[in-house]
Design a protein around this ligand. Structure first.
Ligand SMILES: NC(=O)c1ccc[n+]([C@@H]2O[C@H](COP(=O)([O-])OP(=O)(O)OC[C@H]3O[C@@H](n4cnc5c(N)ncnc54)[C@H](O)[C@@H]3O)[C@@H](O)[C@H]2O)c1
Length: 411
């Protein structure tokens, strides 16, 4: 089942639990706007290359639409659609005043020089500048894009509309980016995990963790868990997997990864078969790399009691059912990784007010938002006697449906 089919399945289950009218269901499912544009750029060698760019704006009933821009060879409309829809539910779960969007360009950023990437980003911005903006749709970095990409979008957009830092989030701090944004998704994963464990009368310091992926989200989550006294036993990335039953020294590992580019070969650990990582004995498993890694094949071997979905869509619906039957508790992606979009919202607030926050204010507000969302999800789990995933989906869909109905359809 692909990401769009899985998202639609959970959406439909939420609609059923909430007993929503079929007309509201249809209105929530169809994207507000789908944009497909041609982006042709001169390459450094003087030849021309053409790419296709997308922006799907899913829903704006709760506020301007919000979502990342991805540069990847496999960017296609169906997946962008699923990710845009997920952003709508995620923003509503976090209770930030945004709808959902997602975009991307079908290209391999590794094959493009920095000047070619800049030209491509500017051409894409020229094609969509009329339908993005701080009150319309606010892009952010995603796979293959970065703070630098956002700086180019800001600059190109500002040529048409005047200086507008709030048009994008995830910018460099020098251009109005927020302190704490880089760590935000990993920090959100920590706060979500703390809330979950507290609910089960447990704490980070008496639990062991396995983390798949040691990039932005996985490394920040590992570092913060380590600082709270949690034992991170095993981690993996694209170079390999490592484990130390006594707990990895995450500070030393972070330095090592910065120097070597990967976790493979870290001295105070033994090498582990990356395929065996997900079935390592631990209390909490944190997939923080790819989608679909927990599937019918891998789910039956998982030994963790809790799964915190730091990555987007790491568990497919078949695995979800297997794990639920086995009593494994899963904190779903639309809650567990919403720390990034929540701090993006704080960044936008700072841009609109022209008044930057101290990092401590960013982090303490993030904690408040993550704890409140956990409590709200639990309330819906209790009302509908459902899993945290369906608690989160019903929470998100309910909030968006309520805003849609309040705004009405009068032409
Ligand atoms: N960065 C954010 O703010 C953010 C927000 C929400 C969700 N996410 C999701 O979190 C996940 C990770 O994002 P990120 O920003 O950390 O990306 P990243 O590119 O910084 O890191 C990805 C990590 O996964 C590793 N990896 C790739 N293939 C792997 C494999 N086969 N096995 C094990 N590890 C592998 C890479 O080596 C890298 O360490 C993605 O699913 C992303 O959509 C990220």
């Amino acid at each position: 089942m692909n990401a769009l089919e899985a998202t639609n399945l959970y959406f439909k289950r939420a609609v059923k639990l909430l007993q929503l009218d079929s007309k509201v269901e249809r209105s929530l499912l169809i994207p507000f706007r789908e944009i497909k544009v041609e982006c042709t750029i001169p390459r450094d060698d003087g030849t021309l290359s053409s790419y296709v760019g997308f922006r799907v704006q899913h829903d704006n009933s709760r506020g301007p639409m919000k979502g990342g821009i991805r540069y990847h060879p496999e960017v296609e409309l169906n997946e962008v659609n699923a990710l845009a829809q997920l952003m709508t539910w995620k923003s509503a779960v976090a209770n930030i005043p945004y709808g959902g969007a997602k975009g991307g360009i079908g290209c391999n950023p590794r094959d493009l020089s920095p000047t070619e990437l800049e030209r491509l980003t500017r051409v894409f911005t020229q094609k969509i500048h009329d339908v993005i903006g701080p009150n319309l749709d606010i892009p952010a970095p995603d796979m293959g894009t970065s703070a630098q990409t956002m700086a180019w979008i800001l600059d190109e957009y500002s040529k048409f509309h005047g200086y507008t830092p709030g048009v994008v989030t995830g910018k460099p701090v020098d251009l109005g980016g927020s302190l704490g944004r880089e760590a935000a998704t990993g920090r959100g994963v920590l706060f979500a995990t703390e809330a979950l464990l507290k609910d089960h009368n447990l704490s980070i310091r008496d639990q062991s963790f396995v983390v798949q992926g040691f990039g932005n989200v996985g490394s920040w989550a590992s570092k913060l868990i380590h600082e709270q006294g949690g034992k991170v036993k095993a981690v993996s990335d694209v170079t390999g997997a490592i484990k130390n039953n006594a707990g990895l020294d995450i500070t030393a590992l972070t330095d090592y990864v910065q120097k070597t580019g990967g976790v493979k070969g870290f001295q105070d650990a033994e090498a582990l078969d990356p395929a065996a990582l997900l079935s390592e004995d631990c209390d909490v498993l944190i997939p923080a790399a790819l989608g679909g890694v927990l599937n019918a094949e891998t789910a039956k071997d998982v030994r963790a009691k809790f799964i915190v979905e730091a990555a987007n869509h790491p568990t497919d619906p078949v695995a979800d059912e297997i794990l639920e039957k086995r009593g494994v508790i899963i904190l779903p992606d639309i809650y567990a990784n919403c720390g990034g979009v929540t701090v993006s919202y704080f960044e936008w607030v700072q841009n609109i007010q022209g008044f930057p926050w101290e990092e401590e204010k960013v982090n303490s507000n993030l904690k408040k938002y993550m704890e409140r969302a956990y409590t709200n999800i639990k309330e819906l789990c209790n009302t509908h006697n459902c899993s945290p995933r369906m608690g989160a989906f019903t929470l998100g869909v309910h909030r968006v449906a309520r805003a849609t109905l309040l705004r009405g359809w009068e032409a």
